[in-house]
Design a protein around this ligand. Structure first.
Ligand code: SF4
Length: 286
């Protein structure tokens, strides 16, 4: 048996930097507060909590003088404003690629375009992008795009972790509805790279495993892309969930992981597969 591990599986640089900043800030100040989970991964959240990085519901819940960390996928304009008005100690972990989307969407609005954001309703990153402009339309699926009325002039950006296929399908529909349409392709490069690699690997391998929490939209999208190409694709959150029967008779096992999966969990999954297959080393793919 061969195990092929996608080279860049797991944390993207934006999430890695934000998690490190949370640990560093907690160490420096005793604790640090965040409006929601820094990554969609229960293990990481529990470890951070033990280190002093706590999740709160609102700015009111942050004890006086304690730092508030704004997470990698961005923060709504009114929340930033409120924190600044209260003179809170803001630690900014916003990913530079998310900030780029904020800039691009504002430029499209300045051009006089109606803003359309391709993304998941209610997702924090989408809420942050939407807050940069006035009354944007959020479109999650081709069906939602189909339901839109005709628009004279529109500008489109997407959530950084969307699949290229979903954005393409939605754009195809918008071409029939919008006279003057401009798309800025804001799917981030770590997302594009992970999606390309998983599509290639799922076709080549007998079994494809995606490691990631079921609360992570990004991990679920990777699993869906793998399943479309290889029916023997499974999503697991940790090594214990791997069933040895899945690997029976498999000659090649591909492994990837969502952007919120820490290295420690990936390592344990690889160790388990190597133990089942009785092989010494994994092969790095990509
Ligand atoms: S998924 Fe992309 S945009 Fe989001 S934090 Fe990671 S690198 Fe940044």
């Amino acid at each position: 048996m061969k195990v092929l591990l996608v080279k860049d599986a797991g944390y993207c640089f934006g999430v890695r930097d934000a998690v490190n900043l949370a640990y560093d800030t907690a160490e420096k100040h005793g604790d640090v507060y965040m409006l929601g989970h820094i990554v969609h991964n229960e293990n990481v959240v529990n470890d951070l909590d033990k280190a002093g990085a706590k999740v709160v519901e609102s700015l009111e819940d942050v004890p006086e003088g304690k730092p508030i960390l704004f997470r990698a996928h961005g923060t709504a304009v009114n929340t930033w404003g409120e924190a600044e008005t209260k003179d809170m100690n803001i630690v900014d972990a916003t990913c530079p690629l998310v900030l780029e989307i904020h800039e691009e969407v504002k430029k499209l609005e300045e051009e006089g375009r109606k803003i359309i954001i391709v993304g998941d309703h209610g997702h924090d990153e989408v809420v942050g992008i939407a807050s940069q402009v006035k009354d944007p339309i959020i479109v999650a699926t081709p069906e939602e795009a189909q339901a839109l009325r005709k628009i004279k002039c529109a500008g489109v950006v997407s959530q950084s972790t969307q699949t290229i296929e979903n954005v393409q399908e939605i754009i195809n529909i918008l071409m029939t509805k919008v006279f003057d349409l401009r798309l800025v392709n804001t799917i981030c490069f770590p997302t594009k790279r992970n999606q390309t690699q998983i599509k290639e690997l799922a076709r080549q391998c007998d079994i494809m495993l995606v490691i990631g929490s079921f609360t992570s939209a990004n991990s679920k999208r990777l699993t869906a892309l793998a399943k479309e190409r290889n029916k023997n694709s499974y999503q697991v959150t940790c090594a214990e969930e791997i069933e040895p029967a899945w690997l029976e008779g498999a000659e090649t096992v591909g492994v990837s992981a969502g952007a919120s999966t820490p290295d420690s969990i990936i390592d344990k999954v690889i160790e388990k597969i190597k133990a089942i297959g009785e092989i010494p080393e994994e092969i790095v793919y990509g």
